[in-house]
Design a protein around this ligand. Structure first.
Ligand SMILES: Nc1ncnc2c1ncn2[C@@H]1O[C@H](COP(=O)(O)OP(=O)(O)OP(=O)(O)O)[C@@H](O)[C@H]1O
Ligand SMILES: [Mg+2]
Length: 134
């Protein structure tokens, strides 16, 4: 059975960012979430967008799968960390790099009631102009 996907956008300011790269980040998180809930009883994935504070917007991808394996957490965003037979382990490493290049942050936490929650916070102002100073 297919997963139920919910999209909950709250009114939020426009973020200055590379659209394709933000789509790539959300796609990687969404694909992982769908992988994680596949075969579970009531598979559900939710994507939320809302203001984080006056200067940042928060995107959350939440699923009701098993959550990230504890032994993987320390290197979750490093390349080649995977528990999937055919995974590259690059999805989160790429997402991490793109978010950091935008001056943002990405983090994992266990979702309320089990499952995984990935949270991306992006500055409304966009990437730092001088990356060497970032
Ligand atoms: N939503 C999630 N729930 C549970 N585990 C997750 C979730 N997202 C990521 N993981 C864990 O993190 C690992 C790394 O994810 P990442 O996207 O970097 O690579 P991958 O999904 O294994 O490979 P690829 O992205 O190439 O398909 C996964 O193999 C999985 O163990
Ligand atoms: Mg992946």
């Amino acid at each position: 059975m297919g997963a139920k996907i919910g999209f909950r956008p709250a009114p939020a300011p426009t973020v200055r960012a590379d659209r394709d790269q933000v789509v790539q980040v959300v796609t990687n998180l969404l694909q992982n979430a769908l992988d994680a809930v596949a075969g579970r009883a009531e598979p559900r994935v939710t994507v939320e967008v809302r203001p984080h504070d006056a200067h940042q917007v928060c995107i959350r991808v939440i699923d009701n799968g098993p959550g990230v394996a504890p032994e993987l957490r320390a290197r979750l965003f490093q390349p080649y960390a995977t528990t999937k037979e055919h995974g590259t382990g690059l999805g989160l490493a790429i997402a991490h790099r793109l978010v950091v290049e935008h001056g943002g942050e990405i983090e994992y936490r266990d979702a309320e009631g089990g499952g995984a929650e990935f949270r991306v916070v992006l500055p409304v102002a966009g990437p730092p102009l001088d990356r060497r100073a970032a």
